[in-house]
Ligand binder design. Structure first.
Ligand code: SAH
Length: 228
């Protein structure tokens, strides 16, 4: 089995890389891929860059050129719900693009023709995640091409989409996987909570929250191996 793991940033990738024995590195379309093997699972790690377009094109390359069976995206996110605090881990049950807006045509905010509004993560991978750690939180993750800082924006995304956290890639990875019928799972650790100045918390907690989610990912890969 071959899995692709997408990271928006180098810090997030490095946090997982330390747990793996990298066997090979190669570059494709200016993206650097790292190949590792954990038990029986071939893992392909790649840094996509920040934002929905970078993440979407990386997902398509993993599907078309690397022919992965599953896609994961792990990294950090900003908390927008009282239920989540810094360093908590959120597993996306589904994802939505909070900046997708064709409401002028009487569609709901976030609704994408031929795709829908919420895209669910793979049921089997969600079940597997449930068995990995009892403290994981499950809920909606909202993505958009904005580093969100304003409390009002966080409250709006929380109430409109029922989202636990916001980030900038997950829902675009979900959209490509959905359209290509590839099972996927998105897991994020909270690096900041929106307070008007959360880029400071983001910088402070990026590495520790990346480590937390990397540890969960390693456990998850081991479970994949057991059930395969
Ligand atoms: N420091 C980087 C920019 C980071 S953007 C630079 O200068 O280039 C924030 C990244 O972390 C994105 O990949 C996004 O997915 C995630 N993220 C964490 N907190 C976020 C928030 N409050 N709003 C949106 N994305 C957030």
């Amino acid at each position: 089995m071959k899995i692709g793991i997408i990271f928006a940033m180098k810090e997030e990738l490095d946090a997982l890389k330390v747990y793996l024995n990298i066997l090979n590195e190669y570059t494709l379309f200016d993206l650097k891929f790292y190949q590792a093997k954990l038990n029986n699972i071939e893992c392909i790690l790649v840094e996509s860059g920040i934002g929905k377009v970078n993440a979407a094109r990386t997902t398509q390359i993993l599907i078309d050129n690397i022919k992965v069976d599953y896609i994961f995206n792990i990294g950090v996110a900003g908390g927008v719900d009282d239920e989540v605090s810094i360093c908590d881990i959120v597993v996306a049950t589904n994802l939505v693009q909070h900046d997708f807006d064709i409401t002028a045509f009487n569609h709901e905010k976030g609704y994408i023709p031929n795709v829908g509004k919420y895209i669910p993560c793979d049921e089997y991978l969600l079940k597997l995640a449930e068995s990995v750690d009892k403290d994981l939180k499950f809920g909606t993750i909202a993505s958009g091409d904005i580093f969100c800082t304003e409390i009002a924006m966080g409250n709006k995304i929380n109430s409109k989409f029922n989202a636990l956290c916001v980030e900038m890639e997950g829902a675009s990875i979900a959209q490509v996987c959905y359209l290509c019928h590839i099972p996927f799972l998105i897991i994020r650790s909270i690096s900041d909570t929106l307070n008007g100045n959360n880029q400071i918390a983001f910088d402070k907690f990026l590495s520790i929250s990346s480590k937390k989610v990397a540890e969960i990912m390693i456990k998850l890969i081991s479970r994949l191996d057991i059930v395969e």
